[in-house]
Design a protein around this ligand. Structure first.
Ligand SMILES: Cc1cc2nc3c(=O)[nH]c(=O)nc-3n(C[C@H](O)[C@H](O)[C@H](O)COP(=O)(O)OP(=O)(O)OC[C@H]3O[C@@H](n4cnc5c(N)ncnc54)[C@H](O)[C@@H]3O)c2cc1C
Length: 376
């Protein structure tokens, strides 16, 4: 393979998407993932049409459509009364309008689909990046085992605690939002009989931080529950820590019986805290840049974190398409110039936490075409 030698730190959704897209442009890409093995951890990912559209050209569209569920509508309801406050048609209507449907999928199934597009010898599990050093004409990744590798371009796709970001801009811990989340999955057979089991439904509590979201997963065979609530203080690390179902049920005891019935169906839940950072002024230095949560972690209230990482990956591959080594710096500036306004807007709107609460136009988010958006 010709092209640039590109090292990606992080084999998550953003890292794998970037690797596929960059290989399609003819680059030699290697992905280094800290985890020693790719296990079935995590649960849902809600891929809105903008992300599915981007993924279609990475060759995973058919697999995703066969594996995921396709929510029929995106509904908002008052948590206590159950009154419907907005309803957006998804599925075929979204496909017609945006060129792709919304898909809800297990995170591990998405990762499996993406990894399947990469040659085995280009993905290196158990290799944790400690730091990155800029060099005259590229960058060096330094690993935890004290080995190092040189590349023409290095991409930090290593998540919210990014070592690449820290190497370039210093330590800057993400902030706890004062919100915690519970996640649970149960077989559809256990779902209470409500007419919207096939929809993505958000039940809004008395404060908007308090909400329950439910949607189908895995071709509709499972139902996913995601609930958030304010909480003072959080010290534990990780987002698959065990939670307490009784605590969850008590937390939403004033919610409508249909919403509470969904919580009753969960046998177990995980509990984690939501963290954020402010939008960054700069993403790239020399021949190194960052994408996804490394660059713009956001609260999940618009379900756009992974979608933005996928869009980043596509735009990054476009600016590096056909580029010689002497043009890399300018290309990375073009990448962040194209991506920063959009991701900052989504970060801010996610934090405002009123997305589609009472209707509204989703086109600016769902109608974005990462493969065609203008690059200055
Ligand atoms: C509760 C919750 C619900 C969410 N729901 C949605 C949703 O429905 N839809 C959506 O679009 N987004 C959602 N998100 C956001 C989404 O999960 C993230 O935005 C997305 O995973 C970011 O992808 P990424 O590839 O940038 O980072 P990650 O997914 O964090 O991947 C980073 C990878 O890098 C690896 N890594 C870390 N450090 C190193 C290192 N030093 N060296 C090598 N590898 C390293 C990690 O092991 C990991 O595999 C949600 C987030 C939360 C917290």
């Amino acid at each position: 393979m010709s092209g640039l030698r590109i090292g990606i730190c992080g084999g998550g959704i953003g890292g794998f998407s970037a690797a596929i897209a960059l290989r399609k442009s003819g680059h030699d890409v290697q992905v280094f993932e800290r985890a020693p093995a790719f296990n079935r951890v995590g649960a849902d990912i809600n891929l809105t049409p903008n992300a599915v559209f981007a993924l279609d050209q990475l060759g995973v569209g058919d697999y995703l459509r066969e594996t995921a569920a396709r929510p029929t509508f995106r509904i908002s309801r008052d948590g206590e009364t159950g009154e419907e406050t907005s309803r957006l048609p998804m599925s075929a209507a979204a496909e017609e309008k945006y060129g792709a449907p919304q898909l809800t999928i297990h995170r591990a199934d998405l990762l499996k689909a993406l990894q399947g597009q990469l040659p085995k010898d280009s993905v290196h599990p158990g290799m944790s990046a400690k730091s990155v050093k800029l060099t005259e004409a590229g960058a060096t990744i330094l690993f935890d085992d004290d080995s190092s590798l040189d590349f023409d371009v290095v991409i930090g796709a290593d998540g919210i605690h990014s070592a690449v970001r820290t190497a370039l801009w210093g330590q800057d811990d993400p902030k706890f939002t004062g919100i915690v989340s519970y996640r649970g999955v149960f077989p559809r057979g256990k779902a209470p009989e409500t007419k919207d089991t096939d929809a993505f439904t958000k039940w809004w509590g008395e404060v908007s931080e308090k909400q329950i979201v439910t949607f189908p997963l895995t071709r509709g065979e499972e139902i996913f529950v995601f609930a958030t609530t304010p909480q003072q203080g959080w010290t534990e690390e990780g987002w698959t820590l065990p939670g307490d179902v009784e605590e969850l049920r008590a937390e939403y005891s004033n919610f409508h019986p249909d919403a509470r019935a969904l919580l009753d169906a969960c046998d177990e839940v995980t509990k984690s805290a939501l963290h954020v950072r402010e939008p960054m002024e700069q993403w790239s230095k020399g021949h190194v840049t960052i994408l996804g949560d490394a660059a713009h972690p956001m609260v999940p209230f618009m379900a756009q974190g992974a979608c933005m990482a996928i869009e980043d990956a596509v735009v990054l591959s476009r600016v590096l398409d056909g580029v010689e080594i002497g043009e890399v710096k300018d290309a990375l500036i073009r990448y962040e110039t194209a991506r920063k306004p959009r991701t900052a807007q989504v970060q801010e709107n996610s934090l405002a936490n009123d997305w589609l609460k009472k209707g509204g136009n989703a086109d600016w988010v769902y109608g974005y075409d990462a493969w065609a958006v203008g690059l200055t």
